[in-house]
Design a protein around this ligand. Structure first.
Ligand code: NAD
Length: 251
């Protein structure tokens, strides 16, 4: 099994549609022990969704914008696992105003940047006391090389997120820890449906040589599993596209 005996912290399980739910399910099937995070009023939802995994996983509180949550994370995590082999960052949020590029306020943009980009650094540092040499941090992006319809300040946050991953690769590499991203095509999750006019992304498959099913989070989840495993031992600062091949096409 790909993740035999590995201990993982997985953020971002909200519903069964969440990419992170599929990572958690596949990780357990591949032999890993997983701990989930959630926060605020979604905490109970995550707890009930955690029961639908092959093995019910513990859920601990983490709002990445809450410094106290971050400061106490390693200690609270230590009640469930003695060390970590991997961390999944599957977190994205921007206020509604951030999806209107010219009218957005700094507060809209700042929230998007803090929760969706800076949080990769914050989560990595918070889990560093438990992360073992050979460990892996994995996050999810939507290709920030382009200006997309409606993605707006979330797109800017993803550009910062991708850059954050490269700097983490630089600073965690000497500790033997990798940091990589999966650049997924559009998937109809709760976060995606909160983006105004997300249905514009439905045409993704028409431009993808392999086609694309916006209802299937499993291809992106499988890539996360591969990056969390020992099968990319010399890869860091990388972005693996799981998008049906969309990124490689001119038309
Ligand atoms: P989702 O709504 O299922 O998951 C988003 C998660 O972010 C939720 O669990 C939510 O609780 C969490 N979150 C939001 N604010 C947070 C905070 N302050 N602290 C901690 N957690 C917080 O949606 P998803 O599509 O599975 O999103 C997971 C990741 O995948 C995000 O980074 C997203 O940008 C990325 N992504 C999604 C798509 C897509 O089309 N769905 C495409 C590419 C990348």
């Amino acid at each position: 099994m790909l993740l035999d005996g590995k201990k993982l912290l997985l953020t971002g399980v909200l519903m069964e549609s969440s990419i992170a739910f599929h990572v958690a399910k596949l990780a357990q099937e591949q032999g890993a022990e997983v701990v989930l995070t959630s926060f605020g009023r979604t905490f109970r939802i995550t707890q009930s969704i955690a029961k639908r995994l092959p093995v019910e996983a513990p859920v601990i509180e983490l709002d990445v914008a809450n410094q106290e949550h971050l400061d106490t994370l390693a200690e609270r995590l230590g009640e469930h696992v003695d060390a970590l082999d991997g961390v999944l960052h599957s977190i994205g949020f921007a206020p509604k105003g951030a999806f209107n590029f010219l009218d957005a306020t700094w507060e809209d943009a700042a929230t998007a940047l803090q929760v969706s980009a800076f949080s990769l650094k914050a989560l990595s540092v918070a889990t560093l006391p438990l992360l073992k040499e050979g460990g892996s941090v994995v996050g999810l992006t939507l290709d920030a090389s382009y200006a997309w319809p409606v993605y707006d300040w979330m797109g800017v946050a993803k550009a910062a997120f991708e850059s954050t991953s490269r700097y983490l690769a630089r600073d965690l590499g000497p500790k033997g820890i990798r940091c990589n991203l999966v650049s997924a095509g559009p998937i109809a999750t709760t976060a995606a449906k909160s983006i105004p006019m997300f249905d514009q992304f439905a045409r993704w498959g028409e431009h993808s040589p392999l086609g694309w099913d916006i209802k299937d989070p499993e291809p992106a989840a499988r890539a996360c599993i591969a990056l969390l495993s020992d099968w990319f031992p010399a890869t860091t600062g990388e972005i693996v596209h799981v998008d049906g091949g969309f990124h490689a096409m001119g038309f």
